[in-house]
Ligand binder design. Structure first.
Ligand code: MOS
Length: 740
């Protein structure tokens, strides 16, 4: 199904099942431990193989001990002789390996080493403990080479990425110089780790030249293609399965070393092999969100209209790696006739940087939304009002492109009223609750709505059960549930009559889980397949005009005639497959999602300890397919924003070129005790331009702006403006208001 005109009224508009806050259908499986994750295919699990999977062997990954250089000698003799060891795989004996286009560094390094903890060997043994113990016996000598690990040092060597040229409108320099009120400040965001709960894990089994890989991956088709390229086989020889995923956040968009090495290990020993990355390897072996240095200049009229706005951002990556596009929202969020945005990408020899939840906007708004707060203060204008005053109904660079929907102002107004913003004292450091200095902060949220082709097939079985199959993944987001809701609505059956099967490369290729496009696009693909199935059902039941047929309550009706749905499959099941193909509406209209975050913090007047006391998000993201799963996404994202604001940073060891805090003791993510009451409001608003589902992404929107709202609240509490994330107490101490 081509989607090239805004959607008219369609069966999902009934909102009998779609749009309802139903529980996750996979919840009972997960809470009782019966949803098998990639590493959990234990004894007795056959995976469709006649035998063999009953006794998987275990692989342990050895990571490089240098950041850049060569392996001079690699001695695995002692490891090979160690108890239980079945094989040691390294670049010496793995045979030629290719590289998937979505991987920046090789997933098996050697002799060349491109980053610290790049995988250099897999030890395969009968037990996990034997594999781990033997890996410690491998002797590696390196020829270490100097590398660049400090963004501040290399930033001036950065170049504009080829696909992200500078964007200019008007004459920024002149307009800025002529502006009545100006701010010019530099902000820093650190390297961050996805730190998902389930580490990267895979289990591989070969049957002749065909590979089955159970893995934890967000994008089945990308993973299969990249794995095939790496192994030098055809994609059709690989079956990739990823039905349950313990979090991804972008860290599992691409196959990683666990997948490749499990495949190589299993091929070497002729037996299934399981590989899970040990927690420390997740931080340095896999991808991370790259650090940025951002300079923002804004010039405004005395009455608070932005006249000139410039956002420049510097970042680094391995050669061939992509840039963190932190300037992206600044091109679209606020009005202003004179504009400049520029990215600079330098070479760093740190582990590979790549997408992490809301890549671009998440770190971009961490800077921009503090800058707006600073401008508001300089203007003596309320920060909510300043944002409202600079709303733009069109893409400022291409005014003929309107936003399909834009509810930023409504988000801000609704949030301000609900939060009690009017009671905030705009003068910093004046509000106290005992030893706590209280502060209130706001930030806008913005994230583009991306669309990707997505396919599905739908079967109506002889028992009138509906089965949906698509390679879409559920990374904890609720994909199973919103897909079941879509099929139930489209075919007029109860939710319990729908089975959803996901995360298998044998199923039609979906949009996958990334960039907050998964919910909208994958359900739109299911919608397309269901439209096909409805035609078949109508035909079987003798209804001439398929478009006029209504599906409801297990019945099919048109022209005064009613037939039970089950009658359509009396003579055999029906199967339909289709995909949604987005054809141009995303170019004609700017499609974005909007929100506003409001935060109350308390900062301990003596210690500088910051506690978040209240959080409110107002989100406008098209139709909300399931308010319960959407709320879970948003409160999870808000929690991630608390980490970004207050604790999360990968700290670089400039001698070794690695992230030193490579576990969850040193890389601190928020825990329950850190998180207060969170409230989420979704504004109504189906967006017929986004898809037949009229939904948009929301899972990343919930993160965008949160950290800045917290930083602004900390400023309001203390009068200390921190522009360098995270806002740890050392950055506040010494500048706090005198007790009094
Ligand atoms: Mo998202 S960073 O595309 O999983």
């Amino acid at each position: 199904m081509k989607f090239d005109t805004p959607s008219a009224e369609n069966p999902t508009d009934r909102l009998r099942v779609v749009g309802q806050p139903v529980d996750r259908i996979d919840g009972p499986l997960k809470t009782t431990g019966r949803a098998p994750y990639a590493y959990e295919h234990h004894d007795g699990f056959t995976g469709g193989f006649a035998d063999g999977l009953a006794r998987p062997a275990y692989g342990h990954v050895l990571g490089a001990g240098i950041a850049r250089g060569r392996i001079r000698s690699f001695d695995a003799e002692a490891a090979r002789r160690a108890p239980g060891v079945l094989a040691v795989i390294s670049a010496d004996n793995a045979g030629p390996l290719g590289q998937g286009p979505r991987n920046t560094a090789k997933l098996l390094g050697g002799p060349r080493i491109e980053h610290y903890h790049q995988a250099i060997a897999l030890v395969v043994a009968e037990s996990f403990e034997q594999a781990r113990a033997a890996a410690r016996l491998i002797r590696v000598e390196y020829a270490r080479e100097a590398g660049e690990f400090d963004l501040a040092k290399v930033r001036d060597s950065g170049r504009a990425p080829q696909d992200e040229p500078d964007r200019r409108l008007g004459d920024f320099a002149a307009a800025f110089a002529a502006s009545a009120v100006r701010i010019d400040a530099v902000y820093r965001t650190p390297d961050q780790s996805h730190a998902m709960m389930e580490p990267h894990a895979s289990m591989a089994a070969w049957d002749g030249d065909r590979l089955t890989l159970w893995t934890s991956n967000q994008m089945i088709a990308w993973g299969r293609a990249d794995l095939a390229k790496t192994l030098g086989i055809r994609p059709e020889q690989i079956r990739l399965l990823s039905p349950y995923i313990g979090g991804g956040f972008g860290g599992k968009l691409f196959v990683r070393a666990d997948a490749v090495l499990a495949a190589l290990g299993a091929r070497a020993i002729g037996r299934p092999v399981k590989v899970m990355l040990a927690r420390p390897l997740v931080f340095n072996n896999t991808t991370h969100r790259p650090a940025t240095i951002q300079r923002i200049r804004i010039g405004a009229t005395a009455d608070g209209h932005i006249h000139a706005i410039a956002h420049e951002s510097w970042c680094g990556n391995l050669p061939g790696g992509s840039a963190e596009t932190a300037t992206q929202q600044t091109q679209l969020l606020y009005a202003g006739a004179h504009r400049l945005s520029a990215l600079r990408l330098a070479t760093l020899d740190l582990p590979e940087g790549n997408a992490m939840r809301a890549p671009g906007e998440a770190p971009g708004l961490m800077a921009l939304e503090i800058a707006i707060d600073e401008l508001a203060e300089k203007l003596g204008l309320d920060p909510v009002e300043l944002r409202i005053r600079n709303d733009t109904p069109v893409d400022p660079h291409e005014p003929q492109r309107r936003f399909s929907q834009r509810q930023l102002v409504e988000c801000l107004r609704t949030g301000a009223a609900r939060f009690g913003w009017a009671q905030r004292n705009p003068v910093p450091g004046r509000t106290r609750d005992g030893r706590w200095l209280l502060g209130h902060g706001v930030a806008a949220a913005f994230r583009n709505n991306l669309v990707m082709k997505s396919g599905a097939r739908v079967r109506l079985g002889r028992d009138a059960r509906v089965t949906v199959e698509t390679d879409m993944t559920d990374i904890g987001t609720g994909s199973y549930t919103v897909i079941a809701q879509t099929a139930a609505e489209m075919l007029g059956v109860p939710l319990a009559q729908v089975d959803v099967r996901l995360g298998d490369s044998d199923f039609p290729v979906s949009a996958g889980s990334g960039g907050q496009w998964g919910g909208n696009c994958s359900t739109a693909g299911v919608y397309a397949a269901c439209m096909r199935l409805r035609e078949q059902i109508a035909q079987r039941l003798g209804f001439r005009d398929a478009a006029a047929v209504r599906f409801a309550d297990g019945e099919v009706q048109a022209g005064g005639r009613v037939a039970p749905l089950a009658d359509a499959v009396r003579d055999g099941e029906l199967l339909a497959e289709d995909s949604i193909e987005f054809a141009g509406l995303d170019r004609k209209y700017q499609q974005s999602t909007f929100g506003a975050h409001f935060v109350e913090v308390g900062v301990d007047a003596a210690t500088g300890e910051t506690r978040v006391r209240r959080m409110l998000a107002v989100c406008a993201a098209g139709r909300i397919l399931n308010p319960k799963t959407a709320r879970s996404q948003v409160i999870g994202a808000m929690t991630m924003g608390v980490g970004a604001a207050l604790s999360e940073a990968l700290h670089v060891d400039p001698r070794l070129g690695c992230f030193v805090n490579h576990d969850l003791a040193g890389y601190e993510v928020p825990v329950h005790a850190d998180i207060p009451h969170q409230e989420v409001i979704f504004l109504d608003g189906a967006d017929p331009v986004s898809s037949p589902m009229k939904a948009k992404g929301v899972g990343e929107l919930g993160l965008c702006g949160v950290a800045a709202a917290i930083a602004n609240a900390v400023y309001n509490a203390t009068g200390v403006r921190v522009r360098d994330y995270p806002l740890t107490l050392d950055k506040l101490l010494g500048q706090m208001p005198a007790p009094g």
